[in-house]
Design a protein around this ligand. Sequence first.
Ligand code: NBP
Length: 475
Amino acid sequence: TQAQIGVTGLAVMGANLARNLARHGHVVAVHNRSLSRTTKLVEEHGDEGTFVACETPEEFVAALERPRRVLIMVKAGAPTDAVIEEFAPLLEPGDMLVDGGNAHFLDTRRREAALRERGIHFVGAGVSGGEEGALLGPSIMPGGSKESYAALGPLFEDIAAKVDGVPCCTHIGPDGAGHFVKMVHNGIEYADMQLIAEAYDLLRQGAGLEPSRLADVFDEWNRGELSSYLIEITAEVLRQVDASTGGPLVDVIADRAEQKGTGRWTVQIALDLGVPVSGIAEAVFARSVSGHADLREAARGLPGPTPVPDRTLGDDFVEDVRRALYASKIIAYAQGFDQIRAGSAEYGWDVDPGALATIWRGGCIIRAVFLDRIREAYEESTPPVTLLTAPIFVEALGLAQDSWRRVVAKAAELGIPVPGFSTALAYYDSLRAERLPAALIQGQRDFFGAHTYQRTDREGAFHTLWSGDRSEVGA
Ligand code: NBP
């Protein structure tokens, strides 16, 4: 029998996707640069389905039914280009080459354009959910041509996570659209994790709650509107006791957060697109600050309050923090979806944000009940300009905002850094504001650079003769 799909690159992600496909009854050709991984996969998991183990790219390509479907799961960057160069000459027009790695969407656009010239459908597919998701049901975000989705969609939808019977996979849009939304997904993930970490810090340092008690708090939160994978695993991490010290594991983990780069890409691209994703940016910067041992060491003795747990802060404070977290989360997601809208407009992708929220409800790291609310917001007859103005979020922000302000004020008073909570609140108040001090900035710019300004009462551009008689002239 010919294989319906082939997977090349059998490290953890590739191997688990291949197994997932095989477990769903698809015949899967498997290949890896070093044969040992191929052999190991078939030896250990050959009984899970039908694998066709291939030693060479030629053998692999020959094992596939036509048009061929090849899924590349290798390290992003140069290795992906190397593999494309190796396989493309062996393929025929109409075949599909899917990159399921964490590629930058601009690389995907470049690769798609080059392969299109050769008649090959190149599909950049975002895959989220880590190792476990790959095996048991990831969220899959394929870009590329509609035609390729017609051939790939059924397979991918089959192995994707399901929520209410709906697969967490849909065609995102042409060329780099899939990798773009995966990038923003990861940016949102950074923001969400940062906000949860701030909530933890406030309750630990501010209210003096111990990790085991906090684990219960997060479990409790996981039963309400915050219910999500990230809140669930937060409780698990906080409950974990370190075998060597007998204390909470979180207390012996070095407080330097690392990053692989997708959060940074999200912010870089947001700057280019002019989209204020301050929640994601603060999350990326907060990880960066945590890693600057030199700066932190040098600044440790600076004056300011040392947080002393205030044990009188009881359940009301816990509820305030919960609401502040929810409100900040709404902001972070709204900003991420703004970036997707901007990217979609810039590159002509026509991404459907409601469909995206639907496939993020399961399989991926940001999976949450909350995404159902976002889906509903976009399914309104008039989709909102920003998620903040969707009726459901207007109500939630209204309920949360007093708590949110109290929490940010309390954090400032105690000296507990909450960059995520504060930037979210600042964004909220900026959008709400009748007038912003941007007027003064325009005045300053006109003063030193004759950059001109517009007036509220008349059309046109104006300049004040700052170094002359200070009269105003039309520019
Ligand atoms: P890695 O990112 O660790 O890559 C290892 C694989 O790349 C091996 O199969 C290796 O072959 C192959 N490879 C390399 Br490195 N250079 C190659 C080359 N020049 N030619 C051919 N093959 C080459 O694997 P992973 O963690 O399974 O991730 C795969 C992709 O999925 C990555 O792009 C990653 O960013 C993405 N991703 C990962 C996760 C996750 O949770 N890990 C989640 C979502 C997406 P070898 O065996 O011969 O060395």
